[in-house]
Design a protein around this ligand. Structure first.
Ligand code: GLN
Length: 568
């Protein structure tokens, strides 16, 4: 014991005589939190985030506190400046962090709000190291990838463990083993496992089993090579999850087991699943949850009674998947560019609402570049409701406005999200208030009727990145409005925002006199956040992104309302 203590003390020593460098947050206790690392081999896109969130969910069900973190390889400090059509949607956390869409998967699966502590990029890690270097924090040492940059990574993980008081920190490493970008993350995991000691860390490698059409059988070589590469980094995986379109055969799993030193029972098959919400059951079936608990020697913290309850609740939800007896189609204006990912949260929110109402929600993507008042009816003839989602820039704006006009005049359920809220204001101003030239200054900078204009706080900001009105904000609801009823007659609700423009307060009175109701506003600021049309069966817009906070067990009311209205 005392020997152990000495070793621990020496590891924390940062003096220049010692080769040990391992910055720890103050008060950090080794052994309190355990770490489960999830990484991918062979290729990207294996669903590491989905896997990790499902496994974390199973541990959370057992009464354990879990804290996920995603480590991104790119040098951007956050995801705010990334193009969603390249990288998937930008997910916004309550504290305003703009991050990878995987954080959305974690929030939904765990029904837990995350923060900037749950997301790191190489940009953040390097900025922090360079900042410390300029402040002389490295005590005259040459600052190196190992141990200083890797030390920054382990510090971040330990900080998360402490702040969240987690039993298990789930660490997802972005990219693929072998990438130059994430090599130092992998080295940092190795160091952390060494420093924390036996049974503190568990390594899960996701891999892919090829099945070339011409051969008609599964091949494990690529998977073997991928795992080998990981072992060359000094990491012995504890669990290997074989992703494939079909279940991995016993033979393939045996081969992988032999080549990787991983017991056969811990080489599991993880075929494609129709719904990600079915994956926790798949992992449970092969006993992966208890396997992880055993590997981390954390069984004594498990609360079985809690687990039974949580699991029953979850199964109530998953039992409803795929058993809908109704079907509707929601049109979403957006060019379907094979990147479904750019609208991931909206698709999820519609799914949650549909499952809650026993309705299968189909999506029709509507390209608005050539849509006009003349052909709107034709383009929208087979949809039961419309969403105009968030977006930036001018592409397809007039077509979106034509869609909204059609929805308003034909009692078609409508939900406008952020940009879709702004477009609804423009449509109403033009076609109801008679301000024919109404527009947004984002689209027409010097237009005569700028009903949508840049937020005053935004005018002084220069440069892109992290500078919008961001994150969770309270919305004051106006009593007796449809929104107020939709949210269970609450005085206020909280939603997440990401915008630079707003309704110009000078136009509010004119819009309201003509029948538009702003039923949600920012407290103490004239920022309009929800609009509705009382004369319409379901016409809502919100400056927020309600899709970001929809959860499988807690579907978001504006989406539930839309699907319900579309069913009518
Ligand atoms: N482009 C609009 C704005 O900046 C809408 C933003 C959005 O839809 N996220 O306000």
């Amino acid at each position: 014991m005392s020997k152990d203590k000495d070793l621990l003390a020496s590891i924390s020593d940062t003096s220049d005589e010692s080769e040990f460098f391992s910055p720890m947050p103050k008060g950090y206790r080794k052994g309190k939190a355990r770490y489960c690392f999830v990484m991918g081999t062979v290729m990207s896109g294996l669903g590491k985030g989905i896997f990790s969130s499902c496994l974390a969910k199973l541990m959370q069900d057992k009464g354990l506190k879990v804290a996920p973190i995603k480590l991104e390889g790119y040098l951007n400090v956050d995801s705010g400046t990334l193009n969603p059509f390249r990288h998937g949607e930008v997910f916004v956390l309550d504290d305003g962090m703009e991050c990878d869409m995987d954080l959305g998967t974690y929030e939904r699966m765990l029904n837990q709000d995350l923060s900037k502590a749950n997301f790191a990029t190489s940009g953040q890690i390097f900025s922090s190291v360079l900042y410390k270097e300029r402040h002389g924090d490295y005590l005259g040492r040459d600052v190196q990838m190992i141990p200083h940059v890797t030390g920054e990574v382990t510090l971040k993980l330990r900080q998360l463990a402490m702040e969240s008081d987690a039993d298990i920190v789930f660490v997802e490493i972005g990219g693929t083993v072998g990438d130059l970008e994430n090599a130092y993350y992998i080295e940092a995991m190795r160091e952390l496992a060494y420093e924390e000691g036996p049974n503190s860390c568990c390594f899960v490698a996701l891999t892919y089993i090829l099945e070339p059409k011409t051969l008609g059988e599964q091949k494990s070589k690529a998977a073997q090579l991928g795992i080998k590469q990981l072992m060359q980094c000094g990491i012995q995986p504890d669990i290997i999850a074989c992703r494939a379109s079909r279940p991995a055969t016993e033979k393939v799993r045996q081969k992988i087991s032999v080549y990787s030193n991983v017991p056969f029972g811990r080489v599991i098959s993880l075929p494609d699943s129709a719904s990600i919400y079915m994956i926790p059951a798949m992992l449970r079936e092969v006993g992966l949850d208890f396997e992880v608990a055993r590997l981390l020697k954390i069984e004594d913290r498990i609360k079985l009674r809690k687990e039974r309850k949580a699991w029953a609740k979850w199964c109530d939800f998953t039992d409803k998947i795929g058993s809908a007896d109704r079907q509707i189609t929601i049109g979403i204006t957006g060019k379907y560019t094979s990147v479904r990912d750019s609208y991931a949260s909206i698709i999820n929110a519609l799914e949650h609402a549909g499952i809650a109402l026993g309705c299968d929600v189909k999506i029709k993507w509507i390209d608005t570049s050539n849509l006009t008042d003349k052909n709107a009816a034709e383009s929208l003839k087979d949809v039961d409701g419309i969403i105009v989602p968030g977006g930036f820039g001018t592409r397809g704006a007039e077509g979106k406005i034509a869609c909204i006009k059609y929805a308003r005049e034909n009692n078609l359920p409508y939900l406008g999200l952020c940009l879709g809220f702004q477009m609804a204001v423009i449509e109403f101003a033009r076609n109801v208030c008679g301000m024919k030239q109404a527009n947004s200054t984002e689209i027409e900078p010097d237009g005569p009727e700028p009903v949508i204009d840049i937020l005053p706080e935004q005018k002084k900001i220069e440069g892109l990145g992290g500078n919008m009105r961001l994150g969770g904000k309270d919305i004051e609801l106006k009593a007796e409005t449809m929104a107020w009823k939709l949210f269970g007659k609450a005085d206020s609700v909280r939603m997440r925002f990401r915008h630079r423009y707003e309704v110009d307060p000078r136009y509010i009175e004119r819009l309201e006199e003509a029948g538009l109701v702003f039923s949600g506003k920012a407290p103490n600021q004239p920022i309009m956040q929800i609009l509705e049309l009382p004369s319409h069966p379901y016409f809502f817009g919100t400056q927020a992104h309600p899709c970001l906070t929809s959860r499988p067990l807690k579907p978001q009311p504006m989406f539930v309302g839309l699907v319900a209205a579309a069913m009518r």
